[in-house]
Design a protein around this ligand. Sequence first.
Ligand code: G2I
Length: 462
Amino acid sequence: MPIPRRGRGTLLMAAVTGAVVTATIAVTGTANAATTLGASAAQTGRYFGAAIAAGRLGDSTYTRILNTEFNSVTPENEMKWDATEPSQGRFTYTNGDRILNQGLSNGSKVRGHALLWHNQEPGWAQSMSGTALRNAAINHVTQVATHYRGKIYAWDVVNEAFADGSSGGRRDSNLQRTGNDWIEAAFRAARAADPAAKLCYNDYNTDGVNAKSTGVYNMVRDFKSRGVPIDCVGFQSHLGTGIPGDYQANLQRFAALGVDVQITELDVAQGGNQANIYATVTRACLAVSRCTGITVWGIRDSDSWRTGENPLLFDNSGNKKAAYTSVLNALNAGGTTNPTTPPVTTPPVTTPPVTTPPVTTPPPSGAGCTATVSLNTWTGGYVATVRVTAGATALNGWTVTVPLPSGDVVTGAWSSTNSATTGNVAFRNVDYNGQVAAGASTEFGFQANGAGPSATPVCQAG
Ligand code: G2I
């Protein structure tokens, strides 16, 4: 059959300039024609990613699939606490940076995983507790998020902090024992360090409506109502041979809280239903406009942490499996368009010159209270731990005013609320630490950018 006139013209252009052809295909190729996972997901504004390991980047089959199929990467282990801060205060980013650069050089998004997790804590942190651990954890969040500032699409700020089973409550860990507010303290520190990254809470066994996912749901709702910075929830989706019937409804109820949802660690046991389950997950994400993308937890079956379960989209030799085709077809069938909302960008804080009013010192003893501050500093910032001690009379509420020099800005506080972030900052007790017996003490803390308090804090009872 002779080539129609128009077709001949197109072919001629193709022969003359390859660049034009590429653009033409991208525009005129129907929405259903993409042939890789990443490109297919991109048709609806989403990404399709993989967890990758720095140690495998020398494997040419692995990197070929990675560079061809995926437009997002997550470090499988390289940005975890044990990898990035193997001894306290000594940060190593070599392997994390390899993942980052692999992703960025391929035009991919990079999901950061994970700033705080009770698992894979470095040994030095495992043996810590209380205020020392809290300070170390917040410092870790600040340092790592600062190192990767502006380069990470979304951070798993806190990973797997909820208990399995019917309680719907928090998992016990040394981090949890530093106080229930450790999660919000971590999110605030992460926002301060990298305002452009979306901040996610990530967990497993939250893939349907159940006690655990409802516990997370209630936390997210609480965070949104109190202005704690959270942008997204990650659903790991390590699935067996079934999938909860309310998988999509569960994603939708989180999205309705005003957060993005992401499938962050998808893998599915190989069995009769593997391809169908993969397709069901994909369709659920596509049906929820705030579901921004899907990440599979590895590339080939042989790369998976689930040895022997063959849970991924490529076989040991790198061949596409039936599950791959079912995902690709589901992506190409389309769905809601993700608006790819840009992350919240906090405008730079312009600090007006602070004129410090003279401080009237409360009576040093008897009724009232005293406050002392200890600092854990690094270049440009610090974590302050403030000890509040009651005088001869029990306290029923307290306020500690900390004088900050010009330029210091509080970025987060725990076990207290602060009404301002600069100048003379008043920290007020929260529900559980306002009552302090005569002579007894309680502690709160805050994190700030700057050099540190310029004078002794002032404590007022009541
Ligand atoms: O456990 C599966 C995933 C559950 N959600 C959080 C993810 O971060 C987690 O990933 C897995 C990695 O896939 C494994 O590769 O996390 C494991 C650790 O809990 C990782 O395993 C560890 C081994 O336990 C270590 O022995 C090994 O040194 O991987 C390390 C690096 O290869």
